[in-house]
Design a protein around this ligand. Structure first.
Ligand code: S3P
Length: 174
Protein backbone atom coordinates (compact mmCIF):
# COMPACT_ATOMS: atom_id res chain seq x y z
CA UNK A 1 0.00 0.00 0.00
CA UNK A 2 1.03 3.53 -0.89
CA UNK A 3 1.08 6.52 1.47
CA UNK A 4 -2.35 6.92 3.04
CA UNK A 5 -3.55 10.51 3.52
CA UNK A 6 -6.48 10.93 5.88
CA UNK A 7 -8.47 14.07 5.14
CA UNK A 8 -11.74 15.46 6.46
CA UNK A 9 -13.37 17.97 8.73
CA UNK A 10 -12.10 18.65 12.25
CA UNK A 11 -13.35 15.85 14.51
CA UNK A 12 -13.99 13.42 11.65
CA UNK A 13 -11.68 10.92 13.35
CA UNK A 14 -8.41 11.35 11.41
CA UNK A 15 -6.11 11.20 14.44
CA UNK A 16 -7.79 8.23 16.13
CA UNK A 17 -7.99 6.30 12.87
CA UNK A 18 -4.39 7.04 11.92
CA UNK A 19 -3.22 5.85 15.34
CA UNK A 20 -5.03 2.52 14.89
CA UNK A 21 -3.84 2.18 11.27
CA UNK A 22 -0.31 2.63 12.55
CA UNK A 23 -0.81 -0.37 14.83
CA UNK A 24 -2.45 -2.48 12.13
CA UNK A 25 -0.11 -1.66 9.25
CA UNK A 26 3.13 -1.01 11.17
CA UNK A 27 3.66 2.20 9.29
CA UNK A 28 5.05 5.48 10.51
CA UNK A 29 2.25 7.91 11.29
CA UNK A 30 2.54 11.63 10.76
CA UNK A 31 0.17 13.97 12.55
CA UNK A 32 0.53 17.15 10.49
CA UNK A 33 -0.60 19.55 13.23
CA UNK A 34 1.78 18.02 15.77
CA UNK A 35 4.64 18.06 13.27
CA UNK A 36 4.10 21.74 12.45
CA UNK A 37 3.70 22.67 16.12
CA UNK A 38 6.94 20.90 16.97
CA UNK A 39 8.85 22.49 14.10
CA UNK A 40 7.58 25.98 14.95
CA UNK A 41 8.05 25.49 18.69
CA UNK A 42 4.50 26.65 19.46
CA UNK A 43 0.96 25.33 19.53
CA UNK A 44 -1.44 25.61 16.58
CA UNK A 45 -3.41 28.26 18.49
CA UNK A 46 -0.20 30.26 19.02
CA UNK A 47 0.78 29.94 15.34
CA UNK A 48 -2.66 31.25 14.28
CA UNK A 49 -2.57 34.07 16.85
CA UNK A 50 1.05 35.17 16.39
CA UNK A 51 1.86 34.35 12.78
CA UNK A 52 -1.58 34.17 11.16
CA UNK A 53 -3.51 31.55 9.24
CA UNK A 54 -1.71 32.11 5.86
CA UNK A 55 1.60 31.28 7.56
CA UNK A 56 0.11 28.07 8.97
CA UNK A 57 -1.26 27.11 5.54
CA UNK A 58 2.21 27.61 4.01
CA UNK A 59 3.66 25.30 6.70
CA UNK A 60 1.11 22.64 5.74
CA UNK A 61 2.04 22.83 2.05
CA UNK A 62 5.79 22.67 2.77
CA UNK A 63 5.32 19.66 5.04
CA UNK A 64 3.18 17.77 2.50
CA UNK A 65 5.74 18.31 -0.20
CA UNK A 66 8.34 16.62 1.96
CA UNK A 67 6.36 13.34 1.95
CA UNK A 68 7.09 12.42 -1.64
CA UNK A 69 10.21 10.49 -0.64
CA UNK A 70 10.71 7.67 1.84
CA UNK A 71 8.78 4.65 3.07
CA UNK A 72 4.96 4.74 2.83
CA UNK A 73 3.38 6.51 5.76
CA UNK A 74 0.00 7.24 7.24
CA UNK A 75 -0.55 10.97 7.24
CA UNK A 76 -3.26 12.56 9.36
CA UNK A 77 -3.89 15.89 7.61
CA UNK A 78 -5.25 19.06 9.17
CA UNK A 79 -8.86 19.69 8.14
CA UNK A 80 -7.94 22.59 5.85
CA UNK A 81 -5.30 20.76 3.79
CA UNK A 82 -7.52 19.82 0.80
CA UNK A 83 -8.59 23.46 0.32
CA UNK A 84 -5.40 24.11 -1.64
CA UNK A 85 -5.09 22.55 -5.09
CA UNK A 86 -1.32 22.20 -4.73
CA UNK A 87 -1.82 20.15 -1.55
CA UNK A 88 -4.22 17.79 -3.29
CA UNK A 89 -1.79 17.44 -6.20
CA UNK A 90 1.07 16.63 -3.81
CA UNK A 91 -1.02 13.93 -2.06
CA UNK A 92 -2.20 12.45 -5.39
CA UNK A 93 1.35 12.08 -6.61
CA UNK A 94 2.32 9.73 -3.83
CA UNK A 95 -0.67 8.21 -2.12
CA UNK A 96 -4.26 7.25 -1.62
CA UNK A 97 -6.51 9.98 -0.24
CA UNK A 98 -9.06 8.78 2.30
CA UNK A 99 -11.89 11.13 3.26
CA UNK A 100 -13.43 10.60 6.69
CA UNK A 101 -16.86 12.13 7.20
CA UNK A 102 -19.27 12.47 10.12
CA UNK A 103 -22.57 14.21 10.75
CA UNK A 104 -22.30 17.73 12.21
CA UNK A 105 -23.93 16.60 15.49
CA UNK A 106 -21.32 13.87 15.85
CA UNK A 107 -18.51 16.32 15.07
CA UNK A 108 -19.82 18.73 17.70
CA UNK A 109 -19.83 15.98 20.33
CA UNK A 110 -16.20 15.14 19.51
CA UNK A 111 -14.82 18.71 19.50
CA UNK A 112 -16.97 20.34 22.18
CA UNK A 113 -14.48 20.16 25.03
CA UNK A 114 -11.34 20.65 22.97
CA UNK A 115 -9.76 24.08 22.66
CA UNK A 116 -6.94 23.33 20.24
CA UNK A 117 -8.82 24.36 17.07
CA UNK A 118 -8.81 28.14 16.54
CA UNK A 119 -11.42 27.98 13.75
CA UNK A 120 -14.02 26.46 16.08
CA UNK A 121 -13.45 28.55 19.21
CA UNK A 122 -16.62 30.54 19.84
CA UNK A 123 -18.47 28.55 17.16
CA UNK A 124 -19.19 25.25 18.84
CA UNK A 125 -22.66 24.77 17.39
CA UNK A 126 -24.28 22.63 14.70
CA UNK A 127 -25.27 25.48 12.32
CA UNK A 128 -21.71 26.81 12.17
CA UNK A 129 -20.16 23.36 11.77
CA UNK A 130 -22.72 22.41 9.07
CA UNK A 131 -22.10 25.63 7.14
CA UNK A 132 -18.30 25.27 7.17
CA UNK A 133 -18.59 21.61 6.30
CA UNK A 134 -20.86 22.38 3.31
CA UNK A 135 -18.48 25.07 2.16
CA UNK A 136 -15.59 22.61 2.21
CA UNK A 137 -17.44 19.56 0.96
CA UNK A 138 -16.84 20.02 -2.82
CA UNK A 139 -13.08 20.14 -2.29
CA UNK A 140 -13.04 17.23 0.14
CA UNK A 141 -15.07 15.08 -2.24
CA UNK A 142 -13.06 16.07 -5.32
CA UNK A 143 -9.82 15.09 -3.56
CA UNK A 144 -10.99 11.73 -2.18
CA UNK A 145 -10.16 8.32 -3.64
CA UNK A 146 -12.11 6.66 -0.84
CA UNK A 147 -14.80 7.97 1.55
CA UNK A 148 -15.72 6.40 4.87
CA UNK A 149 -18.43 7.76 7.19
CA UNK A 150 -17.25 7.45 10.79
CA UNK A 151 -20.49 8.61 12.46
CA UNK A 152 -21.87 5.20 13.43
CA UNK A 153 -18.76 3.01 13.19
CA UNK A 154 -16.05 2.06 15.64
CA UNK A 155 -12.45 3.02 14.89
CA UNK A 156 -11.75 -0.64 14.24
CA UNK A 157 -14.54 -0.88 11.65
CA UNK A 158 -13.38 2.30 9.94
CA UNK A 159 -9.80 0.99 9.73
CA UNK A 160 -10.84 -2.38 8.27
CA UNK A 161 -12.94 -0.58 5.67
CA UNK A 162 -10.05 1.72 4.73
CA UNK A 163 -7.62 -1.18 4.36
CA UNK A 164 -10.07 -3.09 2.16
CA UNK A 165 -10.98 -0.12 -0.04
CA UNK A 166 -7.40 1.15 -0.34
CA UNK A 167 -6.24 -2.27 -1.55
CA UNK A 168 -9.03 -2.28 -4.18
CA UNK A 169 -8.23 1.28 -5.27
CA UNK A 170 -4.55 0.51 -5.70
CA UNK A 171 -5.32 -2.63 -7.75
CA UNK A 172 -7.68 -0.78 -10.09
CA UNK A 173 -5.36 2.18 -10.62
CA UNK A 174 -2.24 0.12 -11.29
C1 S3P B 1 -8.02 23.08 10.71
C2 S3P B 1 -7.99 21.83 11.28
C3 S3P B 1 -7.09 21.47 12.39
C4 S3P B 1 -5.84 22.35 12.35
C5 S3P B 1 -6.20 23.79 12.32
C6 S3P B 1 -7.07 24.17 11.12
C7 S3P B 1 -8.98 23.35 9.61
O1 S3P B 1 -6.72 20.10 12.30
O2 S3P B 1 -5.03 22.03 11.25
O3 S3P B 1 -6.85 24.10 13.53
O4 S3P B 1 -8.81 24.35 8.88
O5 S3P B 1 -9.92 22.54 9.43
P1 S3P B 1 -7.72 18.87 12.63
O6 S3P B 1 -8.59 18.67 11.42
O7 S3P B 1 -6.80 17.72 12.86
O8 S3P B 1 -8.52 19.25 13.82
Amino acid sequence: MNNVFLIGFMGAGKSSVSHRLHQLLHREVIEMDACIAQKEGMSIQEIFAQKGEPYFRACETALLESFTAGAPRIVSCGGGVPMREENVAAMRRCGTIVLLTARPEVILGRVEHDHSRPLLEGHKDVPYISALMEQRRPKYEAAADITVDTSDRTIEEVCREIIKLAAQTETTTK
